[in-house]
Design a protein around this ligand. Structure first.
Ligand code: F6R
Length: 365
């Protein structure tokens, strides 16, 4: 049932404040100001020397965001790869190390094969899944659910933001276990986390602006997405979402990589979507925006009021997100990224819930 929405994808985008809130309530002791995992994990983060993450598609991008969180909040080294590579790489994995797999369906063939490989190496396996009865959930040594509810649209939206939510909670838990986060810092992070459903609701109110912007984007043959830090995987996710439902060619890049090649593509016909909350790397991203502007590129900034006031460049549009603690930015910024892809595809008359050539659950390799 799509409720009063035209597509499941729209419904699922709009459900995010609610399902992220539900997921948070499952992982956070609000009164205590700390993460409280629903069950004890059968390994100790303090004893790990490395975390290996594997997943496919959008779930892989959630893992890429989480790498920044595990490294900065828990000082835990992370390696991460797409599951279709992990399963054949013959990577040496330490016995008693930890492999984390992320999957909405819990049935993705490559992700399952990577999980089985990790087990064969004597690793602990932890899965973050949206379907708790799935094969991946059953075969992992521990499972943390995302409480997104059934996701019908082929393009993943609410499962992604719920994955990010669980991953940030897990990174905070790991940071405490490893003696990196003291109670005051953990409480501050929880304070930021519990504002997220409200911030997502606010982000959803920018839909009218994004619809206007989607008309412009729909005329493009190619679109570039740029970001730094956790906004880099968000750029990858933005490009994936746009290409899978609108069939416009889109690429995501780390903003600092622009001058190493992709800048050659930039001219007036290429919209450049810059994802940049006012965080510690904002100024560095502005210098990349200047490079784009100098070549006639049309910039769309997905950022905040402070950043918009500071950059001083001509832009095609600015999508203004609410002020927030940059640590939670990816969860909130998922909303405009999804809406831009959605409205572009709808404007072009595409079937957003059933894009061509794609299946909801990829159980073959
Ligand atoms: C993109 C999308 C896919 C899935 C990928 C993994 O919108 O939906 O990229 O994220 O096929 O699927 P799961 O998470 O079920 O393992």
């Amino acid at each position: 049932d799509k409720g009063n929405h035209r597509h499941f994808m729209a419904k699922e985008i709009h459900e995010q404040p609610e399902v992220v809130g539900r997921t948070l309530a499952h992982y956070v002791d609000m009164a205590g100001g700390r993460v409280a995992l629903p069950e004890a994990l059968p390994f100790d983060f303090a004893k790990l020397s490395r975390l290996s993450i594997t997943a496919c598609g959008t779930a892989y991008y959630a893992g890429l965001v989480a790498r920044y969180w595990f490294e900065s909040l828990a000082r835990l080294p992370v390696d991460i790869d797409v599951a279709s590579e992990t399963r054949y790489r013959e990577a040496p994995l330490e016995a008693d190390g930890l492999t984390l797999v992320i999957s909405q369906s819990g049935e993705t063939a490559d992700t399952l094969a990577s999980l089985r490989y990790a087990r064969s190496q004597g690793q602990h396996t932890l899965s973050i899944v949206n379907v708790p009865t799935s094969t991946i959930a059953r075969e992992s040594s521990a499972m943390l659910p995302t409480l997104a509810g059934p996701e019908i649209g082929v393009a993943s939206t609410k499962a992604f933001s719920c994955q990010l939510t669980v991953l940030l909670c897990l990174a905070i838990h790991a940071g405490r276990a490893r003696g990196v986060l003291d109670p005051a810092r953990e409480r501050a992070l929880i304070d930021a986390l519990i504002t997220v459903p409200g911030l997502m609701a606010e982000a959803l109110t920018r839909e009218g602006e994004i619809e206007g912007l989607a008309r412009e984007v729909s005329k493009a043959r190619d679109v570039l997405y740029l970001g730094r830090g956790t906004s880099y995987p968000m750029a990858l996710e933005g490009a994936l979402k746009l290409k899978e439902i609108s069939y416009i060619h889109a690429e995501g890049y780390a903003a600092g990589e622009l001058k190493h090649g992709p800048i050659a593509l930039i001219d007036e016909s290429v919209p450049v979507i810059v994802i940049a909350p006012h965080d510690g790397v904002f100024e560095k991203t502005v210098s990349n925006m200047q490079e784009v502007a100098a070549r006639g590129g049309r910039i769309v900034l997905i950022g905040d009021a402070q950043g918009a006031a500071e950059h001083g460049l001509d832009t095609l549009a600015t999508v203004t997100m609410p002020d927030l603690d940059p640590v939670v930015a990816p969860i909130v910024y998922a909303v405009p990224i999804q809406q831009l892809a959605y409205h572009t595809a709808v404007f072009m008359g595409k079937d957003v819930d059933q894009p061509r050539n794609l299946a909801k659950s990829v159980t073959v390799e």
